[in-house]
Design a protein around this ligand. Structure first.
Ligand code: GCO
Length: 446
């Protein structure tokens, strides 16, 4: 297998951390040693998850975590981004699950021993079910409960963490979970999405204040996902629809965090779709962050729609797509970074997720994924171009270390650079992992 991997010099110095990412629900398993999360419940709904699977075992990382960290180190990465499972830390009765806390402190200690930087995400979609039973993210109190949980972990992890992310992709939690209903908890209705989003952003703001107190030396921020939208035609109404999609899905999250204001769209929303904003909320939400985490996978085309205002189109016929059906278009990552740089007074940016699902198959003990190698190389080079144009990017993470539970797709989609044989839990580094290793271990310090 060839393992050539050629990346622009900006990203090829050992002083620029290259990492690999995972999240708790997607890999851990160990369901019996934690409380239920909204994803456990969602998985029991007929038809909610394509293959009818769940996160009871997943990659059994709760058993194999030492091997998995060893793998991250042996592949030559500088950093590991993972998430902490809230329902593994705080029990329904409010007490602390010390075994859960220990799991993560052991993991963090091992990362330190291996010289790997620890990037810790505090919420990657697995809300404790007992909080959903009280209204979940539609209940303002959930934001306060999050801050209390963050207080517990940031004290326990003292000295072990390099970087915190409060939330991962609040758009997905709010819109996919409470409006479109395709993610947990599976609620549908336009009256819910922005309300849930506001409480999530509030949770972020409250958590930032806790982190400033408990972990003042740790780089802290938030991770947002962005789908750059392109107008399906030059017609004015398609251009307006594209802006609307951007305001709803991208700008709704980044603008309040960076400026303390929602997009103007707020005043145009029907009353029942408006979030419940209290005095002081936006000041909290815009607590200064040390970095903005950007997750990028694809772009989309947008068309005017008479009912909804906009509709998002599938990729054009013949466009290269991933196994998710998402268009592969690296230049949109460069352009996204440049646009953020133009629109905002940006803090340093980390690319906290980037990767693709392929139809990977294990043949004679090997998995050949040249398309993923190309994808990663092209996207890293797109990042390097943005850096050349002045965007301050300070880290890059591949999604994901392992094939894992891909939410509503179950185990059908493989995003890992390491193949997981779920029947034996054997891990097999794909060609992409080998290519990355070859490149990572030959970088120079500059
Ligand atoms: C994400 C998610 C990941 C997904 C990945 C691919 O943050 O979107 O963090 O959990 O697996 O994006 O869909």
């Amino acid at each position: 297998m060839t393992t050539n991997f050629s990346v622009n010099k900006q990203l090829s110095s050992t002083s620029f951390p290259i990492g690999v990412a995972t999240s708790a629900f997607q890999i851990e398993g160990g369901r019996d040693s934690r409380e239920a999360s909204i994803w456990d419940t969602f998985c029991t709904k007929p038809g909610a998850v394509k293959d009818g699977s769940n996160g009871f075992v997943a990659c059994d990382h709760i058993e194999y975590w030492q091997d998995d960290i060893e793998l991250v180190a042996s592949l030559g990465f500088d950093a590991y981004r993972f998430s902490v499972s809230w329902p593994r830390i705080i029990r329904a009765d409010g007490s602390i699950n010390q075994q859960g806390v220990l799991f993560y402190t052991h993991l963090l200690t091992l990362l330190k021993q291996k010289g790997l930087k620890a990037y810790v995400t505090l919420y990657h979609w697995d809300l404790p079910q007992y909080l959903e039973d009280q209204g979940g993210w539609l209940n303002r109190d959930t934001a306060r409960a999050f801050a209390d949980y963050v207080d517990v972990v940031s004290r326990a992890f003292n000295g072990l963490v390099d970087c915190y992310a409060t939330l991962n992709e609040p758009f997905c939690s709010a819109y996919l979970g409470y409006e479109a209903g395709v993610h947990a908890p599976g609620k549908t209705g336009k009256q819910y999405g922005k309300k849930a989003a506001h409480h999530l952003l509030l949770a972020h703001g409250l958590a930032m204040q806790v982190l400033r107190k408990n972990a003042p030396d740790v780089t802290s921020g938030i991770v947002l996902n962005f789908t750059p939208y392109y107008a399906a035609s030059e017609q004015q109404k398609d251009c307006a629809a594209t802006q609307l999609a951007h305001d709803h899905h991208n700008d709704w999250y980044v603008r309040p965090v960076l400026t303390g204001k929602y997009p103007e769209l707020l005043s145009l929303l029907p009353e029942d779709e408006q979030p419940d904003i209290y005095e002081g909320d936006l000041a909290l939400i815009s607590t200064p962050i040390d970095y903005l985490g950007v997750n990028y996978y694809t772009r989309s085309f947008v068309q005017h729609d008479d009912n909804e205002g906009f509709t998002i189109l599938p990729p054009e016929h013949g466009a290269p797509v991933s196994a998710m059906g998402w268009e592969i278009f690296p230049n949109a990552l460069r352009d996204l970074l440049l646009q953020l740089h133009r629109d905002y007074d940006l803090p340093p940016v980390q690319i906290t997720e980037n990767g693709m699902a392929c139809d990977d198959v294990l043949i004679n003990g090997e998995v050949d994924d040249p398309i993923r190698v190309q994808y990663l190389q092209d996207h890293m080079n797109a990042v390097a171009q943005a850096m050349e144009s002045g965007v301050n990017v300070t880290a890059y993470f591949v999604w994901s270390l392992l094939d894992n539970f891909e939410w509503a797709e179950g185990y059908l989609k493989r995003f890992g650079i390491v193949y997981v044989d779920y029947s034996s839990q054997r891990r097999v580094p794909k060609r992409s992992a080998q290519a990355l290793k070859h490149w990572l271990t030959r970088r120079q310090s500059v």
